[in-house]
Write a protein that binds this ligand. Structure first.
Ligand code: SF4
Ligand code: SF4
Length: 64
């Protein structure tokens, strides 16, 4: 199914995310989980079924 709006790309490369969890904290739908990578660093993962494309997570991100 094609959506009109896109799920936000919180980061493409790991350098674009410092793992601050601000996106996780602000998401009104609790659609973001902080998931550890192989080294235990946390990165956000969006549950596309919960996301309403409000983009608050992008606005709050200090690295955007
Ligand atoms: S766009 Fe909105 S609903 Fe979707 S993950 Fe970001 S803050 Fe949550
Ligand atoms: S707000 Fe930005 S830097 Fe912080 S965890 Fe989310 S994507 Fe990473």
């Amino acid at each position: 199914m094609i959506k009109m709006e896109r799920i936000p790309d919180l980061y493409n490369k790991k350098e674009e995310c410092c793992g601050c969890s601000a996106c996780f904290s602000i998401c009104p739908k609790m659609a973001i989980s902080m998931m550890p990578d192989d080294e235990g660093f946390l990165y956000p993962l969006i549950d596309e079924a919960k996301c309403i494309q409000c983009y608050l997570c992008i606005k709050v991100c200090p690295l955007k």
